[in-house]
Ligand binder design. Structure first.
Ligand code: C2E
Ligand code: CA
Ligand code: CA
Length: 682
């Protein structure tokens, strides 16, 4: 170590102490290129050979060492194995030498490396995120935007996006109130979380839904300097939500509220202390028949049309709902709902019996409407629904196409019907039914040609309940198919006990006619009882033919193939379309008893009978007049060419035993009871 001549210069000892205490390594070389000084930290940091203690040491040798290939250099930073980094700073001494300051920069380097790593990771997230990410100035001008945000706004890159957004600021939110909401929230809470809004795509003006979050970036004093945020295109999610919402609440065909929504609204409207509301339950008359005959596409058009007519009547305050197939409802909560309920019910009926154009045809359906009011008739939703339904049921029982407002008397009637329905079920179980037979007579010969089987219900307390009362109830209760099958069985068994050649009229109800087992049941009954199927006459009404024309025709053809006859019953009361007589394989037409009854009062009755007789001759079917009660009617009918008759004049329906007795008497040529001109047709 060089000696220091000046007295105030530090001693070698002092110098050595300073060098040792230096936080950095130090190497000094003189002008000749020899290392003259080197502190221990330098040796340690540079991992120098021990002999460096032995100065002077050629500086080139040091440089050579420093640049030797087994160490990596990054500028003046050397990396040693084990992650140690050392920085060398060279400068010249006043005496023309050099010194090298050696710092351990491992900590800084690894920090920097971590920072770079984090930066690149962040960059990757920023660039590849499906979220739009941005940083804006507080005034909303963009600072940064990632590719996802650029794409969301319709731009190919961040630069294009920022340029466009800066040069042409546009309304971003479709609803300007959203912008205010955003500003309000971020100002008050410092952040916005999952705010869903509809916005315009900047480049195209197209609307889309986004969900966004945003927060302030603050300076060290906590003052906001930027707004940063993320956002995601939520258009698809919203569309799904909307679809789900629609599906959950609305009928997809008609757009009317569905049952779920309707029940919820009904529930709201009937909470205690709510204002008056009126419920209309609406059933389309014969929709199923129409739907079957015109096809489902036309049926759909009808339903849509019905819904739109109902919407018009319901107005703003009424909720139109489709509760099922052809069942609709209107819940009216408007001012004066109660006062207008009757007028509205009338309007509904009227509107729904106007023809509807569907499937290239003009179709007229009708509607039955039941009406009940809250809180006048019912105390809660369930009750209101039930009472409106009861009123509807009454309209249907009374022949449809009209309205009925619920009343307590109605309630009593319906209660009785329900009671009967229960008893009827029990009776069906117990087989408490009987068949009575009413003769059908050839007035030209005064002979009985056959009988019509008519059902009787022997009720333990009510006595004999007429079929007009219990059959509609049995139909509604779904019992008629079963009862009808029993009728067929019993009528055939009874026919087998009568002299051959007599015919047996058997009524088949609409529901029974639809039963897929009907034909097989008839065929097997014929086989079982051994009767001549040509003696069977199945009586059906026109409604059966309207309801499902193709299926009906097919079944009728099979019955004809079996040999049975088909009679169109109660002709003149229903659709009275003469075209049915041509379209279906019918062999008999029974003119409804109202025509015989009206013959002398209404000219039209005679005209209709005459017309039917004419067609009967042309198309070759037999005509039977029903409800013949007087000699005068017989004479008048005979004059119109009607030969076959049925009615109280010839005899009421009576049990088989009576019929057998009468037949036996007439065969023995013994005088039959008065008014029973019985002779056996051969
Ligand atoms: P319907 O098929 O038109 O039967 C004729 C009805 O007219 C019978 O009433 C009969 O008693 C009544 N009647 C017969 N002659 C006269 C008359 O001179 N004057 C008057 N005023 N009425 C007369 P009923 O037995 O009460 O049957 C009523 C309806 O019930 C029948 O009308 C038929 O539609 C239905 N019905 C009866 N039995 C059955 C059955 O076994 N199955 C089905 N599906 N329906 C049945
Ligand atoms: Ca009949
Ligand atoms: Ca009849």
């Amino acid at each position: 170590m060089a000696s220091r001549p000046e007295s105030d210069s530090p001693s070698d000892q002092q110098l050595l102490a300073v060098l040792r205490a230096l936080p950095h390594g130090l190497v000094v070389a003189d002008a000749t290129g020899s290392v003259t000084l080197c502190n221990p930290l330098a040796i340690e940091l540079l991992d120098l050979p021990r002999q460096f203690h032995l100065t002077p040491y050629p500086a080139e040798a040091l440089e050579h060492y420093l640049h030797s290939s087994d160490r990596r250099h990054d500028g003046d930073v050397m990396e040693f194995p084990g992650g140690r980094f050392v920085k060398l700073t060279r400068s010249s001494t006043p005496a023309g030498g050099n010194f090298i300051l050696i710092e351990d920069v491992s900590a800084q380097v690894s920090q920097e490396r971590a920072r770079v790593q984090a930066e690149s990771e962040y960059r990757s997230l920023f660039d590849n995120s499906v979220y739009g990410i941005y940083r804006d100035n507080l005034d909303g001008t963009p600072v940064r935007a990632n590719p996802a945000l650029a794409a969301l706004n319709g731009y190919a890159s961040e630069a294009l996006h920022i340029e466009a957004v800066t040069k042409q600021p546009r309304n971003w939110y479709v609803d300007p109130a959203r912008a205010e909401k955003f500003a309000r929230i971020i100002k008050s809470k410092g952040r916005v979380k999952d705010l869903v809004s509809q916005v315009y795509r900047h480049r195209t003006g197209e609307k889309l839904w986004i969900t966004e979050s945003a927060w302030y970036v603050r300076d060290t004093e906590g003052k906001p300097i930027f707004i940063e945020g993320t956002l995601l295109d939520a258009t698809e999610r919203m569309a799904n939500l909307e679809a789900i919402e629609r599906q959950a609440n609305f009928d997809s065909l008609t757009g009317a509220a569905n049952r779920f929504r309707f029940l919820r609204r009904l529930d709201e409207a009937t909470r205690p202390a709510m204002k008056d509301c009126v419920l209309f339950t609406i059933d389309l008359d014969h929709f199923k028949e129409v739907n079957d005959s015109v096809g489902h596409a036309a049926g759909d058009i009808i339903l849509k049309d019905v819904a739109s007519r109902l919407r018009e009547i319901a107005g703003e305050t009424g909720l139109v709902a489709r509760l099922g197939g052809d069942e609709f409802a209107i819940l009216d909560r408007g001012e004066g709902a109660l006062a207008q309920s009757e007028v509205k019910a009338g309007r509904i009926v009227k509107a729904l019996c106007q023809p509807i154009a569907a499937g290239g045809r003009s179709i007229t359906i009708g509607a039955s409407v039941g009406v009940a009011a809250f809180p006048g008739h019912a105390a809660n939703a369930e009750d209101l629904l039930r009472k409106s339904d009861l009123a509807l049921y009454e309209v249907k029982s009374a022949g449809r196409n009209g309205y009925q407002i619920y009343s307590s008397e109605l309630h009593a009637v319906l209660k009785r019907q329900k009671h009967l329905e229960r008893e009827l079920r029990a009776a069906a179980e117990a087989q408490a039914f009987e068949l009575h037979y009413q003769p059908i007579v050839d007035s030209a010969t005064n002979r009985v040609t056959g009988y019509e089987a008519l059902m009787r219900w022997n009720h333990p307390t009510l006595g004999s309940v007429p079929p007009d009362v219990f059959i509609p109830i049995a139909e509604r209760a779904g019992l008629m198919t079963r009862l009808g099958a029993w009728v067929i069985g019993r009528a055939c068994e009874d026919l087998a006990l009568l002299p051959p050649g007599l015919r047996m009229g058997i009524n088949v109800s609409a529901n029974q006619f639809r039963s897929p087992d009907l034909f097989d049941h008839i065929a097997s009954t014929v086989a079982r009882t051994g009767i001549d199927p040509r003696c069977l006459v199945f009586e059906i009404t026109e409604s059966v033919l309207v309801s499902n024309a193709d299926v009906a025709r097919h079944l009728l053809e099979r019955l004809r193939w079996l040999g049975a006859q088909i009679a169109l019953d109660d002709f003149g009361t229903g659709y009275s379309s003469l075209s049915y007589l041509q379209k279906f394989p019918l062999t008999v037409v029974k003119i409804d008893r109202s025509f015989a009854a009206g013959m002398f009062e209404q000219k039209a009755s005679r005209a209709v009978i005459r017309a039917i007789m004419g067609i009967g001759r042309d198309l070759d079917f037999e005509v039977i007049a029903e409800g013949v009660e007087t000699k005068e009617q017989i004479a008048a009918l005979a004059q119109l060419g009607c030969r076959f008759m049925q009615g109280y004049y010839f005899g009421k329906a009576r049990p088989l035993s009576d019929v057998v007795t009468d037949l036996a008497l007439s065969q023995m040529n013994v005088a039959a009871p008065a008014r029973l001109p019985l002779a056996l047709a051969r």
